[in-house]
Ligand binder design. Structure first.
Ligand SMILES: Nc1ncnc2c1ncn2[C@@H]1O[C@H](COP(=O)(O)OP(=O)(O)OP(=O)(O)O)[C@@H](O)[C@H]1O
Length: 759
């Protein structure tokens, strides 16, 4: 019987083989890259283009090979016939095509995540391998076939256990960056990750059930399985805040996927930034689906027949602008069903033709074409005609329209008859005000209905002409090199010339408002309003979505509290699936139970969750007399937690979550206490950390959504609740705050606060 040490040695050989192959592939790529680079700028343009395209390809492959270094191998599957498959981040095979490592996303790797003792096919044992750098430091076996001889072997080698790898990964210190869970994906998560590309998948789950993790692994899985489709169209990940996007930005690269665009709703339109915030009531109104009509009404109002129509002299003839001609030209333009600015071209053409006719019919002879053309250009250049045509059909840009919409309350009222006086008042603002997050979907709607800004359009036609010339050049290149025989298409070569691999597709997608993605992942999806959804559907007409969220954590008044209603409307009753995650991997059971009880008492619909770990004494309550003692107590607790969890190596995170009005005084008190107890260099290091990377963070509830910390202090929960827009939102906010810690939850409040809210 082999001992545990022998098992480690045996696995070390397999792991060395995989890393050895990885090193070889990297060296090979370097060599190829050096060879193409060494040729420099010599040779014909064709040769240079070809070299550039290969260099880009090698560089990207190298980036991918570098990204998978950490925990390259993490599992082994043993089949009943004695065959073994190692599971890892990417697939590797030897030079003579012998498999070394199976990609975790391949079908052959499925049993690693899904096999159970009652349903294991021909797999008898699953082994988890733990690495520290390239060294094997642990193995752990799960026997799936209890009758197989591996049971005896595993138990005598001391490798037989159940969930050690999972529990070990859950107890590690937080680093401020989410890590992948590829080694420990659980069966209920795996089923979601591998589900069909062509349907919308909604994943509902309580806090810490791995919704974000599942959504990101699904993106990686889809990119692997449908690489050809998705590499061209790209994948978009939408998250609630830039802090959150920062938190998750390492996950996909560590899975070997770098070409994914991640954005918040606020920065989804290239070149537009929303810097202001709306009141919760205003945000709810702006998210209402009826706002789509408000925007289209605002545009339609700029198509009209002015009361005073001029008559203009053209070569001595008085040419009238007739209401009936205007109506006819407007009808012609509307029939084209083109966006407003584009249809305007038809309107102008049709109107000028009518006026030309009004000119001709007053002559007592038949004018020749030259005269008609001259009359037409005089009409076109006439200032009065130009002004009146603009009044009849105004060219507009999206930002201008949105600015006008809220700067003219009386007009807004007429476009939105469903709004009350208070509603209109809540939305009114001075002309030139900065855009808010909730303006963005309205702006997108407007830009879509208006079509391109005529001035910008002229610039982009020049770019299109350039692109066409490049494509021709790529075709010529292929013809010249004879490369086209089924190996490289002209589009592929063009893509290489333009750098159209995943990463560069992502850059292009991110800078193009009209880009349509092959798949969209939406996290914290419960916060999205009907108008937000319209904006996303526009970007993915195939409606291939992964939507994850928790309807008990909804803060936005216009967000979702029931998936059915919103999803049926978006996808149709039969085109989306609801999946539920039920195991809480983040919180200790004591924290999870306290938060769930509170949420239930407050009337939130919460998913049933079971926490995987118990940590006795993970929850503590402290009640103090007044605000002075509150600050002192919070500072003491925060300092004690910082000493326990925060390390100089950058690991360990704690959050002190406060009502808005207490953020500044609490931050001061905590900093004073930290500076008094830590050594100066240590203190300075913490103070210098950027906002999204702070190891000790003092903040409100809105910034912690989706994040996690080793320990959390919740300060004056009753007052946090008072800050919220409604009782239900207050409960959701506190539920979010209480469910952020992986190890400890401390609640500090005054006696008065305790009376106002029961936890
Ligand atoms: N199978 C797993 N193996 C290891 N860790 C896991 C697994 N599933 C989830 N986790 C960990 O649990 C924590 C919570 O996961 P995640 O943030 O995805 O949850 P969530 O459902 O999105 O939570 P919330 O709704 O609170 O934002 C993360 O640290 C994640 O890495």
């Amino acid at each position: 019987m082999s001992s545990y040490a022998e098992q480690l040695r045996e696995e070390q050989q397999a792991v060395d083989r995989a890393y050895g192959r990885l090193d070889d592939l990297r060296a090979q790529m370097w060599q190829r890259l050096d060879t193409v680079r060494a040729a420099g700028s010599h040779g014909s343009p064709t040769q240079r283009t070809e070299r550039d395209s290969f260099a880009t390809m090698y560089e990207n492959r190298l980036t991918q090979l570098r990204a998978v270094e950490d925990r390259l191998v993490f599992g082994r599957l043993d089949a009943s016939n004695g065959e073994r498959h190692y599971i890892g981040r990417i697939g590797l095979s030897s030079e003579d095509h012998e498999p070394i490592l199976t990609d975790w996303r391949a079908d052959a790797a499925r049993p690693f995540y899904e096999a159970t003792p009652s349903n294991h096919g021909d797999i008898v044992m699953r082994r988890h391998i733990t690495l520290s750098f390239r060294e094997v430091v642990g193995v752990e076996d799960e026997v799936l076939d209890v009758h197989s001889e591996q049971v005896g072997q595993a138990s005598s080698a001391g490798t037989l256990t159940g969930e050690g790898a999972l529990l070990a990964s859950l107890s590690t210190r937080r680093t401020g960056k989410m890590t992948d869970i590829v080694a420990t994906i659980q069966a209920e998560q795996d089923r979601i990750i591998r589900s069909d590309l062509n349907r919308a998948i909604v994943v509902q789950g309580g806090p810490g059930t791995g919704k974000t993790a599942v959504a990101l692994h699904r993106a990686a899985y889809l990119l692997y399985t449908h690489r050809r489709t998705l590499e061209r169209s790209g994948v978009l990940v939408v998250g609630p805040s830039s802090t959150f996007l920062h938190y998750i930005d390492q996950v996909l690269p560590s899975l070997g996927e770098t070409g994914v665009v991640s954005r918040t709703i606020a920065d989804l339109i290239p070149g537009v930034t929303a810097t202001a915030a709306d009141s919760p009531h205003a945000a709810k109104l702006k998210g209402d689906k009826r706002m789509a009509h408000v925007v289209s009404n605002a545009i339609a109002a700029r198509i009209r027949v002015p009361a005073n129509l001029p008559t203009v002299p053209i070569s001595g003839i008085q040419v009238p602008m007739l209401a009936s001609d205007i109506e006819q030209a407007q009808a012609d333009a509307k029939r084209t069903r083109q966006p407003h600015n584009k249809a305007r071209e038809t309107f102008i053409r049709s109107m000028l033709a009518s006026m030309q006719m009004r000119y001709a019919e007053q002559l007592d002879y038949t004018p020749d074409q030259a005269e008609l053309n001259r009359a037409m250009s005089l009409l076109r250049m006439n200032e009065k005609v130009r002004k009146t045509l603009n009044l009849c059909w105004l060219p507009m840009t999206g930002p201008w329209l949105i600015d006008q919409l809220f700067a003219r309350p009386e007009r807004l009222r007429s476009y939105a008859p469903w709004m009350s006086d208070e509603d209109v008042k809540a939305l009114a603002r001075p002309k030139g005000s900065p855009l808010t997050r909730s303006d963005i979907p309205l702006l997108d709607e407007a830009m879509d209905l208006l079509g391109p800004d005529p001035k910008l359009q002229a610039r982009s036609s020049a770019a299109a002409a350039r692109e066409a010339a490049e494509e021709q050049y790529a075709k010529d290149t292929l013809a010249a090199t004879g490369l086209g025989q089924g190996i490289v298409t002209s589009q592929m070569l063009l893509d290489q010339m333009n750098g159209d691999d995943g990463e560069l597709v992502a850059q292009r997608a991110a800078s193009d408002r009209e880009w349509t993605y092959g798949h969209i992942v939406v996290d914290e999806a419960q916060e999205l309003t009907a108008m937000d959804w319209r904006m996303l559907i526009r970007r993915c007409p195939s409606r291939s979505f992964t939507i994850v969220g928790d309807v008990a954590q909804t803060s936005a008044l216009g967000g979702t509290r029931r998936w059915e209603k919103m999803m049926n409307r978006l996808f149709g009753e039969t085109r989306w699936d609801l999946n539920e995650l039920t195991i809480n991997y983040r919180n200790p059971q004591e924290v999870s139970e306290l938060a769930s009880r509170f949420a239930q008492n407050e009337g939130l619909y919460i998913s049933t969750v079971n926490a995987v770990r118990r940590i006795p004494d993970s929850v503590t309550h402290h009640v103090v007399d007044d605000e002075d003692s509150l600050l002192a107590r919070v500072a003491d607790e925060a300092t004690a937690l910082a000493n326990q969890f925060v390390s100089d190596d950058g690991t360990g995170r704690i959050a002190i979550i406060c009502p808005q009005g207490l953020i500044a005084p609490v931050r001061n008190a905590v900093r004073q206490q930290l500076s008094a107890t830590l050594d100066p260099a240590q203190y300075q290091r913490l103070i210098d950390q950027s906002e999204w990377d702070e190891q000790v963070s003092v903040c409100g509830t809105e910034t912690v959504k989706g994040l996690e910390f080793d320990a959390v202090v919740v300060v004056e929960p009753g007052r946090i609740s008072d800050d919220a827009a409604s009782r239900l939102v207050a409960a959701s906010d506190l539920y979010v705050a209480m469910t952020r810690p992986t190890q400890r939850l401390v609640i500090v409040r005054t006696k008065a606060d305790e009376k106002s809210l029961t936890i």
